[in-house]
Design a protein around this ligand. Structure first.
Ligand code: 13P
Ligand code: SF4
Length: 310
């Protein structure tokens, strides 16, 4: 009700009015990607959030991403179009259970994947993303024991890449766990020319078939430099919108899911819509807030990440 006919124009107007920047993740619907000032992976988005001089950050992503922007910008208004846009992976790591787990390993430092709540970040020493996890672990002295949370799939991948032994929290992402190895192999048989590219949140049997593994930004860069004409994309298919925009002469096939589920869209990411983004800017809510003590404690490991991956 009462929505302007041209949402794109109305959002651009509000952007000027609020002195706002729109940051969007690659898993957002195409329209949101098209109106964003910056689209990126979790590391890129954190860097943008740390550097922006806009007064308002409109975060088109999920809760932990907007929360990270707020941790970095306590004095700015940070808006999330739908406050229910959570993350199944972040949800696998409740703070009280994680505190008990950490207490069982008092000699360990905690490296947490950015896909976790501010409370978990506040209990961590270093935050990482899928694009810097391997490099950050490699920078930690070899004799230092490490807890890695919350994604067991990224954790296992990092263990393989670094040869380090990590104590893993057993969390996972519902979107990346749903890909079918069997259907992937069948698809590859009918498309032998295609390269399989996958996100490290996928399970091991699926990753074993990948020609390239990386964060969303790394996957996007890979399809630009590879000389293959066709790719099977094993991550949330929102990224395919950018791939098609940036590399229009190549073909991108979304990897199939198990069972009868035809789509691998992240149900949390997709709660955000262009309409909700407009309404959030118009009403200056829903706003991200958190207790100051949590924010201050969560800031330290984020700053460590930004420093170590400069
Ligand atoms: P990246 O974009 O950092 O690769 O993260 C993927 C993801 O699942 C975000 O929720
Ligand atoms: Fe969370 Fe997975 Fe959705 Fe990313 S794709 S926001 S990790 S549920």
């Amino acid at each position: 009700a009462n929505l302007p006919l041209d949402l794109f124009a109305a959002i651009n107007e509000l952007k000027q009015e609020l002195n706002a920047v729109i940051l969007a993740h690659y898993y957002q619907e195409s329209d949101i990607q098209d109106i964003a000032d910056y689209i990126g992976d979790s590391l890129g988005l954190s860097r943008q959030a740390a550097a922006t001089d806009a007064e308002v950050i409109v975060f088109a992503g999920v809760h932990f991403m907007a929360e990270t922007a707020k941790i970095l910008n306590p004095d700015k208004l940070v808006l999330l179009p739908d406050l229910d846009a959570g993350c199944s992976l972040a949800d696998t790591c409740p703070p009280d259970q994680f505190a008990a787990f950490k207490a069982q390993h008092p000699d360990h430092i905690v490296v947490s994947y950015i896909n976790c709540s501010a409370e978990i970040k506040a209990m961590s020493d270093i935050i990482c993303t899928s694009s810097n996890a391997v490099s950050l672990i490699e920078q930690i002295p070899a004799d230092q024991p490490i807890i890695f949370a919350p994604d067991k799939n990224l954790g296992r991948y990092v263990m393989q890449q670094t040869g380090r032994d990590l104590v893993l929290w057993q969390g996972s992402c519902m979107v990346h766990e749903i890909f079918s190895e069997k259907k992937l192999v069948q698809l590859k048989m009918t498309h032998p020319e295609a390269e399989i590219i996958a996100h490290p949140e996928c399970e091991e049997p699926v990753l074993q078939h990948a020609d390239f593994i990386g964060s969303t930004t790394a996957l996007l860069k890979y399809v630009q430099r590879s000389d293959r004409p066709q790719f099977i994309v094993v991550t949330e298919p929102g990224i395919i919108h950018q791939m098609e925009k940036q590399v229009p002469n190549k073909q991108f096939i979304p990897a199939p899911a198990t069972g009868n589920c035809a789509c691998n869209e992240c149900p949390h990411m997709r709660l955000n819509t262009l309409e909700k983004l407009y309404l959030a800017m118009k009403h200056r809510q829903p706003e991200i807030t958190m207790p100051e003590a949590t924010r201050v404690a969560a800031l330290k490991p984020i700053q460590a990440m930004l420093r170590m991956s400069a």
